[in-house]
Design a protein around this ligand. Sequence first.
Ligand code: PBG
Length: 324
Amino acid sequence: MAFPRHRMRRLRQSEPLRRMVRETRLSSSDLIYPLFVTEGRDRRQEIGSMPGQYRLSVDLLVKEAAEVKLLGIPAVILFGIPERKDERGTSGYDPKGIVQRAVRALKDQVPGLLVITDVCIDEYTSHGHCGLVKDGRILNDETLECLRAMARTHAQAGADMVAPSDMMDGRVAAIREELDREGFVDLPIMAYAAKFASCFYAPFRDAADSSPKFGDRRSYQMDPANAREALREIELDAEEGADIVLVKPALPFLDVIAAARARTSLPIAAYQVSGEYSMIKAAARAGWLDEPRAIIESLLSIKRAGADLILTYFAKDATRLLNE
Ligand code: PBG
């Protein structure tokens, strides 16, 4: 007879007891802070759909990154907002492009902070797709050349890790080969392995002005209905040489994170994306949710599901809350 011998509430009676039996812990060392970098000087534009997040010019990005480092957050991931976009996204792999310059400045002025770069041409293409386009179709193999060049120029600028987010097949192997050939054998790749065609990227696309001008991304990003396919994507990226695999978005795909945890011994990252951030912000602003508790609970759930690392726009807030 379980009850009354067993009383689950015995260990819930006080905070010291609860702390002692707590299974999951959040730490600022698990967090990666996404930052948007734009042209100009002294520019700090708030992103309308992401209150508290900004497009920053390189000089202010350096200041922001220094603050992030001081808080104890180990890494940032950079997204570029270029001045010009074209069919092939060439400003994305220009050695003097916005991200390449930002990486140089950060490595120079904020030593010790890990700088990760997002490798994908969608922020740089006039059509907004993550690949080259011909006759309305997204070309896979031809896009790999752009991704190689982008990863190479990020590495040459001093990036500590590259994170391909385009979902072209074979891009992890192509980038690995390119980096090795150029002497960057020790540069890790964090592959957005299971990236779903999600509505939750909408605020990011507003931030980066990267909504596709025609069609959608369903021919390359994954169908949200598929979990087994996500595991295949993860296996393939691991085989191609990924050092870390990423699941994105996070909260709607906790089952995928948990399944991935059971299958791979690689570190798993999860991306709490813009829409997840904006939902919490909006509800908190309306007085419908307690923002600090929503931040901690959502991040804790992502870790509990099995993520080692979390990319989150709440990285600074969460760190402050954890330090309280
Ligand atoms: C592609 C990329 C996207 C995000 C990260 N990398 C946008 C997309 O696929 O449309 C979304 C991140 C977010 O929503 O916070 N470069």
